[in-house]
Structures are given as C-alpha cells and as structure tokens.
Write a protein that binds this ligand. Structure first.
Ligand code: TYC
Length: 113
C-alpha cells in the first residue's frame, strides 16, 4: 500500500521530472483494531450464571443480559461486546476465571473484528 506522501495532482509530460507534482502529507491516524468478545453455549452452565456474568462484566441490564444469554443458548454463540485488544483480553480473562472459580464450563473467546 502506498503511504505518505501521496501524489495528489500533476500529469507527467515527456520532459518533466518533478513539474506539476504536488506532494501533500496527510495526517495519518490509524484507528486501532477492534475485537469481538463472544460467549459460547454449553449444556451445563446455569442460565442465571450467564445472565449474572453479562451484567457484571459487560455492564448490561437484566433484560439485555437475559436476551443475549438466550441468543447464545439457541444459536451456540453471540458477540457480547466489541473492545480494544487490551479491554477484550481483560474481559475474557475475567469471565474465564469467574466461571472456573464457580466450576462452570462457560467459554469466552475473542476474535479480531
Ligand atoms: N445452555 C445452558 C443451559 O441450558 C445455558 C447457557 C447459555 C450456557 C449461554 C452457556 O454461554 C451460555 N443451562
């Protein structure tokens, strides 16, 4: 990919080296990549526990948490939030630790958007 500087105007003519060439430096502010955090379904984790996880770690209200839990239960997985790498990684670790401490097999993963 051609980065800065970018030739924005000017047509080459047989004799010109640099005439009519304008070089402009565009401010380059690349946005950081985002990561989807997903919950996976399983047959053993209680529904109330998943709802609690969604409220506690993802700041969802009860109705939103219940809805997403049901989506995971029916479809196998759902995206529960989109974050920077560091925040996504922290959420995954928090959920996996919390599930393990309560001896539930709940799985939480992340994937680049
Ligand atoms: N399938 C689980 C049950 O029937 C509920 C569940 C929902 C588990 C979402 C995990 O991420 C999950 N108890």
């Amino acid at each position: 990919m051609i980065e800065n500087p970018t030739i924005l105007s000017g047509r080459p003519t047989p004799d010109d080296g640099d005439t009519n060439v304008v070089l402009e430096t565009k401010p380059k502010t690349k946005r950081p990549p985002l990561y989807k955090v997903m919950l996976l379904n399983d047959d053993y984790t209680p529904m109330e526990f998943v709802v609690h996880v969604l409220e506690r770690f993802f700041g969802l209200n009860h109705a939103q948490a219940f809805e997403i839990m049901l989506t995971v239960h029916k479809k196998g997985l759902a995206v529960v939030g989109v974050f920077s790498f560091e925040v996504a990684e922290t959420k995954v670790t928090q959920v996996m630790d919390f599930a393990r401490r309560h001896q539930h097999p709940l799985q939480c993963t992340m994937e680049k958007e």
